[in-house]
Every structure is written in structure tokens, then in C-alpha cells.
Design a protein around this ligand. Structure first.
Ligand code: 6LW
Length: 554
């Protein structure tokens, strides 16, 4: 009998052994190394959570609509956008959506964030009151794309986060006494505050203590925050306590656990690492997501703050250690979870065959829908009288979307890229225009446009806006009704060109990237590649865009 059993087992053992031989080497190859940033382009303030073996990540979106990009991953390094959390105008009041946190508890996903109504320093907003301040949206079905209406909260500050324990929900933010990290128990479905507000920690002395998250591990509550501001002095620090409400007087002697501020981070192409969140993976490994920016031209960055990932471990004193030395790299030569990559996005967006724009397309504030129409002719943009000088998307200061330009854009995600579109201008009067823009804010954008001239003809025009300077670089009359407009980028330069036959592009000019960088213009966003239409009062002009090609290299 026994012999029989072993005999019948032998083929199975063979199969198992063969599978192991097949999987071990392939698995080993697949689970080593990845490239940072894991989500390139303007995707700042990442927050991450795990539900089973699925990981979900969100980013800030400021005054862009839809708001709060939502990503899914199986391995923490490949991320696919599966939605935008705030995808109905009723969820996105006028203002600016700052750093969100995503958490999963008992079958429900929660996203908490701040709607900032005006700038004037971090955390300076008109709140708390309906429409302004901190709010939560939640869903039991993250794949439905359908999150609740906002639940407004009483606790102020920016960078709110949630922590769940034994069916209770706690909120932290930087709204404590003297800019410290505040804690209160809340009801996440009603917004009620259920406890006194306690100030927990002010950090280690860096400016702008913010981006707090609370975690519990092995009997300790860990409070991890960002300090130093979102620029070069950015860092992650951590303290712990046996009690949730503190005192957090056990401060990690090895702080900061992540920063590129010091000499060892000086020549790293990745700078300003901070605003982090951590998660334990299915295999017990720990991972940190954080923001950082990449130098483009000198000390300037243009792609905004991007999402990076680093492995993390707990040392023998139960403090977290990020990637061994608190530094992260473009090439991460570390073991990972088994990698599950996604298909690359196609180069061409063919507007003629789309019924709705992809998740990567963004308006400034919820759009006037009549101004954007997709049909088998392409994407029709109706001219608005608001120009690209009208709104700064870091915090749009307008209260009606009728005051926003007709503008739809996607992020520049690579320093070396080529973007091309084809457009015709119809129903125009003198001065009406449609075009392609590299847009950082109302104070900095370059356009290659098709503009109706006083003589009734059309001209391709290259124009720059840098602060108070508005400059027309070139005006080239064209007889063709349809033109192709192109921008090519390198870390230091944008080059603009046009064609009328789809093939032979004529260079119009080139301009430095650094004049529309975050260092030059301030703000929290990155360069968007936008399609727009604008006209004088009462204009009936419309631009019909047939496609948009985006090819990114590094
Ligand atoms: C965010 C703050 C920050 O609220 O920048 O880098 C602010 N960190 O935490 C806007 O993204």
C-alpha cells in the first residue's frame, strides 16, 4: 500500500519539482529591482493602504477636476490608475484639494483630505465650515468609482489622516496647538468629533510639521510626520508612545528616517523626499511611499512632485529604517513582491473613437460640459473668454467654472517627451484661438496656437507667458485649415513646431523649461500639456482636435 502511494506520488512530486525549478529562477528575476519614480509626473503627497493583496494609492490634485487620482497595484511598484476619487462636481467644491490619506477598515475605504480655499501659507484656509476644511468620502466598492458625498469635519489643519482601532476612528492633522499634530476621535460617517482634541507632537524642530500618519505595531503607536517643508529640507521623522494620545516623547534617535537634505543626498537627482506613508505587504515586508522631485535644469524641477517607493525594515530597537540609509534612488536594486506590470499606455489618444476622456485628463475645476464634446470628428472645445492667464490651479481663486478657461490637459510625465496634436479652428473671429500649451500656472505657460488674424486668415503662433511678461515669438500665416502642433521636451528646453501635412514639421522656436518651473513660479503642481480654446466675448469659435500623441522617454 505504502509503496503504491509513493509511486502514485512520484509523478506529482516531479511536477511540483518542475514547477519549483521553473518558478524559482523566473520569480527571482521578477522580484528584483524597479525604477523610481513609480508614478512619474505631478502625483504628489502619496498615501497608500492595503486590502487583502491589493494596494491602493491616492495623490493630491489641487484645483484640477476630477480630483484625487486613485491607483491600484499588486506589487507596490507598478501602479495602474483605476479612477479619480472625486469625480462628481458635488464632491469637489471650489478650492484646492491638498494631501489626501486613503485607509481601509472593515470592508470600507475612506479618503480624507483638505479643501483649501485660499493661499497664504500652509494650513491657512477659510475653515472649518461647509465647503472648506477637512472632509471624508468613503466607499464599500472601490472598483465602482463611486464614493460618497463629502462628510465635513470639525478638526482643522491640513494633511488629515485616519487611524482605525477596535471599530473606532481617529483623525490626525497638523491642526494642533502651535502648528503641532492634533488627534481626535471622530465618527467618519457623520463628521462628529467624539473626543477632546490633543496636540501630540511638534516634530524635531524642522519647519512645517505636517503629513502625519499614525500606526500601531508591537504595542507602540508610531507617529510619522514630514518636516522641513516640501522643498530641499524635506524629511520624514518619527516618534512613538505606548498610548495613542501620547506623550510621544520617545523620539527616534536616528531621525530623520528619510531625507536628501544632507551631503549624502546632495548629488542625487531625486530631491526633497518627504510626505510619506507606510504599509505592510502580504509577505511581511514593509514599504514606504513618498513624494520627491527630480532635477530638470539646474535646481529647477518642472514635472511637479512625483510618487516614489522604497523598502523599509524595522531595526532591533523597533524603529523603521528606509532603504538602509534613508536615501532613495532612480534604480532600486532591492527585492520586491512578485511583480505584476501593466500594459504601457498607447502613444495615441484618438479623440474620434473615444466616448469619454481617459482618467489622465484633467480640467481646471469641474468643467462647463457644453464646452467639451467628443464625437467621431474628435474633441471639440468651445472657446471661453477666460484665458490661460485666468486661473492658478494650485488654488483657483474663482468661484464659478464659467470663469475658467476651456482647457483640458494631461501631465508631462517625462523630461524627454514629444506631444503632438491636430486641430482645426471653426467659427472664429479675429483673435479667437485654439492650441497646445505647456502649462504650469496662470503665471507661466507657453503655447503653440492657431489664431484667427484681422485679415481673416489663420496663423500659427508661438507665445510665452512668464509672470508679467507676455511675448509673441513667432506668427506664421497658414492656408491649411487643419494643422499639427507639436512640443518636444528635454530637461532644459521645450521646442515648438507645426506642420500642415502631418509629417514635415517646421520649428517655430524653443524656450527654457526653467522659467515655468516650480522654483520660478511657486505652487504645488507640475507642467500639464493642455489643449485649449479661447475667444473674445461672445465668441462662437471652436477647435476640433482629432488626436493627441504623447511619447515619453526618461
Ligand atoms: C501638503 C503638504 C506638502 O499638504 O505639500 O510636501 C502640501 N508636503 O503635506 C501640498 O502638497
Amino acid at each position: 500500500m505504502k509503496l503504491m502511494k509513493i509511486k502514485t506520488l512520484i509523478p506529482w512530486l516531479g511536477i511540483v519539482a518542475a514547477c519549483l525549478m521553473l518558478t524559482i529562477p523566473v520569480g527571482a528575476q521578477q522580484t528584483q529591482g524597479y525604477k523610481n519614480p513609480v508614478i512619474p509626473g505631478f502625483y504628489p503627497d502619496p498615501s497608500v493602504c492595503r486590502a487583502g493583496d491589493d494596494y491602493y494609492l491616492v495623490n493630491s490634485s489641487f484645483s484640477f477636476f476630477p480630483g484625487v487620482p486613485l491607483w491600484h497595484s499588486k506589487d507596490m511598484v507598478h501602479w495602474e490608475q483605476i479612477g479619480n476619487v472625486l469625480n462628481r462636481p458635488s464632491q469637489l467644491p471650489f478650492g484646492s484639494i491638498f494631501a489626501p490619506t486613503i485607509r481601509y477598515d472593515n470592508g470600507t475605504f475612506y479618503m480624507i483630505t483638505t479643501n483649501v480655499m485660499m493661499m497664504g501659507g500652509r494650513g491657512n484656509f477659510e475653515g472649518p465650515k461647509e465647503g472648506s476644511g477637512n472632509f471624508i468620502v468613503y466607499t464599500d466598492d472601490i472598483n465602482s468609482g463611486n464614493w460618497s458625498e463629502p462628510v465635513w469635519l470639525e478638526l482643522g489643519g491640513i494633511d488629515p489622516s485616519l487611524y482605525f482601532e477596535d471599530g473606532r476612528c481617529y483623525m490626525v492633522s497638523n491642526g494642533g496647538v502651535d502648528g503641532g499634530i492634533a488627534l481626535a476621535e471622530i465618527n467618519p460617517k457623520t463628521g462628529e468629533t467624539l473626543s477632546d482634541v490633543k496636540t501630540l507632537w511638534h516634530g524635531t524642530g524642522g519647519r512645517s510639521p505636517e503629513g502625519p500618519h499614525l500606526y500601531k505595531k508591537d504595542g507602540y503607536y508610531y507617529l510619522m510626520i514630514s518636516e522641513g517643508g516640501t522643498e530641499f529640507a524635506h524629511m520624514i521623522t518619527i516618534a512613538r508612545s505606548k498610548r495613542m494620545e501620547g506623550p510621544y516623547d520617545e523620539v527616534n534617535p536616528a531621525n530623520p528616517i528619510l531625507t536628501h537634505l544632507f551631503r549624502n543626498g546632495m548629488s542625487n537627482p531625486i530631491q526633497a523626499t518627504g510626505h510619506a506613508d507606510i504599509v505592510e505587504a502580504t509577505d511581511g515586508s514593509w514599504w514606504m511611499v513618498c513624494l520627491a522631485h527630480r532635477w530638470a535644469s539646474g535646481n529647477h524641477h518642472i514635472l511637479g512632485r512625483e510618487t516614489f517607493v522604497a523598502p523599509m525594515r524595522w531595526d532591533t530597537n523597533a524603529w523603521p529604517v528606509v532603504n538602509g540609509n534613508g536615501l532613495i534612488y532612480l534604480d532600486m536594486d532591492v527585492p520586491t513582491l512578485p511583480q505584476v506590470p501593466y500594459a504601457k499606455a498607447p502613444v495615441r489618444t484618438d479623440f474620434k473613437s473615444l466616448r469619454q476622456l481617459g482618467l489622465e485628463w484633467e480640467y481646471i475645476l469641474p468643467p462647463v460640459e457644453a464646452n467639451y464634446q467628443l464625437s467621431n470628428q474628435g474633441l471639440k472645445l468651445k472657446a471661453a473668454k477666460a484665458t490661460l492667464d485666468a486661473v492658478n490651479p494650485t488654488v483657483a481663486s474663482i468661484r464659478s467654472n464659467a470663469d475658467a478657461p476651456t482647457f483640458v490637459s494631461r501631465r508631462q510625465q517625462h523630461m524627454n517627451f514629444k506631444a503632438t496634436t491636430e486641430v482645426s479652428l471653426n467659427g472664429s473671429r479675429t483673435g479667437d484661438e485654439v492650441g497646445l500649451t505647456t502649462f504650469m500656472s496662470s503665471e507661466g505657460h507657453y503655447e503653440v496656437a492657431l489664431i484667427r488674424q484681422a485679415d481673416g486668415k489663420q496663423a500659427v503662433t508661438l507665445r510665452y507667458r512668464i509672470g508679467k511678461l507676455a511675448h509673441i515669438e513667432k506668427v506664421v500665416p497658414v492656408t491649411a485649415k487643419t494643422v499639427q502642433l507639436r512640443v518636444e521636451g528635454t530637461p532644459s528646453t521645450y521646442t515648438f513646431s507645426y506642420a500642415t501635412d502631418g509629417r514635415n514639421f517646421t520649428k517655430l522656436g524653443e524656450m527654457d523649461t526653467k522659467f515655468i518651473s516650480s522654483e520660478t513660479l511657486g505652487g504645488f503642481i507640475g507642467v500639464m500639456l493642455g489643449l485649449y480654446a479661447q475667444g473674445n466675448e461672445g465668441s462662437r469659435a471652436e477647435g476640433t482636435f482629432s488626436y493627441f500623441d504623447y511619447e515619453g522617454a526618461e
